[in-house]
Ligand binder design. Structure first.
Ligand SMILES: Nc1ncnc2c1ncn2[C@@H]1O[C@H](COP(=O)(O)OP(=O)(O)OP(=O)(O)O)[C@@H](O)[C@H]1O
Ligand SMILES: [Mg+2]
Length: 434
């Protein structure tokens, strides 16, 4: 026990927050002329009284040190070390072969063998999880864009950094109480049973956070949008799922060493409010594939077409892999694999794409539909003022609606101009306006 304690205390590193705190104090000393702009590790070693190698270790965060060293480093800059400034270094060897994985209501046969690209997204997510030790990460994006596949692929690559990985699909959303029971039973290595929560929801939260503090766990919640309300602006929960909001907020606010990965079409408002570049809560909007990766999907079906025809097809499908796969299949069977012939049939949209679009569209409020329609019929991206001229909605309401449409992954904002996702735009023009 003592030995384990000693071992643990030598494996500490600064968290992202701790390092930021230190760096901003160092920068202010530089600007006050108390420290040279391009100071060396030797100088830091002199200031802190720590060996050169120790300074290097502390700042690189690849190897752990003991708590006394971190305190000494902070004290040299008149800083006080708090619990959020340091964490245990999570070495892969520590947990390798030890990770326990469980899938709840999830299709655990998701095939990631023909998975293209997403290298930047995977590198960012790995950094957020492993180096920055984020507590809450939300990946959001339109249906079929590849959120679930990306998260499965991510977990494949980093699972040995965690003791427990739990995938929970909310496709048929259970009440929060059931989810909390599932998680705590899994983390306490108990068999699944009908055990009721003894101390109500408060008790289960505190039990859950005890586990999340003492173990490094990754909990993936997929299809989070199912607990949200349709027909009103995005980010609100259905009455019976209201307390999911509390779970998300606690995951971000309470200190622990685990991570919740939320996968959703619609960005929950707690995640949006708490997130920040220097916070352990981050957001990733997942966009379409890069053209080269989209071309690989088309190549799987042996389609005929020039690169620019392929790219036109990819762009009009928002580079959405699910839509692309479905369209490629139709081009192959109905158009003898000829992309140009398909593109000439501008009105055509396959059933799979329609399904995605309809699922998104039916969730909009009446005002959102109104704003969306204006964006869809505009041949060019439009500004707030242009939009206001066409609608009889107050500017502040209009801004709220646009924000909501962005959080639903339906509208893209670029330099003050707004456009619809091309895939949805096509449907809107062809179906709704007729
Ligand atoms: N990077 C990729 N390369 C190749 N195919 C991909 C890629 N990402 C996703 N796909 C394929 O696209 C389809 C949709 O992916 P996925 O189910 O992950 O989307 P999603 O964003 O989770 O959608 P939903 O919101 O409906 O849950 C799947 O068939 C998947 O195999
Ligand atoms: Mg999914």
């Amino acid at each position: 026990m003592n030995q384990q304690k000693q071992k643990r205390s030598r494996g500490l590193i600064f968290t992202e927050q701790g390092l930021q705190k230190l760096q901003s104090t160092i920068s202010s000393r530089e600007s006050q002329g108390q420290l040279r702009k391009k100071h060396t590790y030797e100088e830091l070693s002199e200031i802190t009284g720590l060996a050169y190698n120790t300074v290097f270790k502390v700042l690189k965060r690849k190897k752990g040190v003991d708590k006394r060293t971190l305190v000494q480093f902070f004290m040299a800059f008149d800083l006080e070390l708090t619990g959020n400034d340091y964490t245990l270094l999570d070495s892969p060897s520590k947990h390798s072969n030890k990770c326990t994985i469980k899938w709840i209501n999830w299709d655990d046969t998701i095939d990631v063998s023909n998975f293209y690209g997403r290298t930047t997204e995977l590198a960012t997510l790995k950094k957020w999880l492993v180096e920055d030790r984020c507590r809450l990460i939300t990946i959001y994006g339109m249906g079929g864009i590849g959120k679930t596949t990306l998260s499965v692929s991510l977990v494949e690559q980093i699972k040995n950094r965690f003791e427990y990985v739990l995938f929970i699909s909310l496709k048929k959303p259970p009440l929060l109480e059931k989810v909390l029971t599932d998680i705590t039973q899994f983390l306490s290595d108990k068999q699944m049973s009908e055990t009721k929560l003894s101390n109500g929801i408060k008790g289960s939260f505190s039990e859950l956070f005890n586990y999340l503090r003492s173990h490094r766990c990754l909990i993936v919640l997929d299809e989070v949008e199912t607990v949200m309300q349709a027909g009103v602006c995005s980010g609100y929960y259905q009455e019976k799922y209201k307390n999911y909001s509390q779970l998300i907020r606690y995951m971000g606010e309470v200190s622990h060493q685990s991570c919740f990965l939320l996968i959703t079409r619609e960005l929950p408002k707690e995640a949006a409010i708490l997130a920040g570049e220097n916070m352990p809560i981050r957001l990733m909007k997942l966009n379409g594939l890069q053209p080269l990766e989209g071309q690989k999907i088309l190549r799987e079906k042996n389609l005929l077409g020039t690169v620019s025809e392929q790219n036109a097809l990819i762009e009009s499908s928002s580079a959405n892999p699910l839509a692309l796969k479905a369209i490629a299949q139709i081009i192959r069977t109905t158009y003898k694999g000829n992309i140009r012939e398909f593109l000439q049939q501008d009105k055509f949209l396959c059933d799979q794409s329609k399904k995605i679009v309809v699922q998104h569209h039916t969730r909009l409020s009446l005002q959102e539909k109104e704003v969306y329609k204006q964006l869809a019929i505009s041949p060019e991206p439009i500004s707030l003022l242009q939009l206001q001229k066409r609608l009889s909605i107050r500017l502040s309401t209009q801004i709220t609606i646009l924000e909501s449409l962005i959080k639903r992954s339906l509208v893209i904002e670029k330099e003050g101009l707004f456009i619809c996702e091309p895939l949805l735009n096509k449907y809107f023009k062809n179906e709704i306006l007729q």
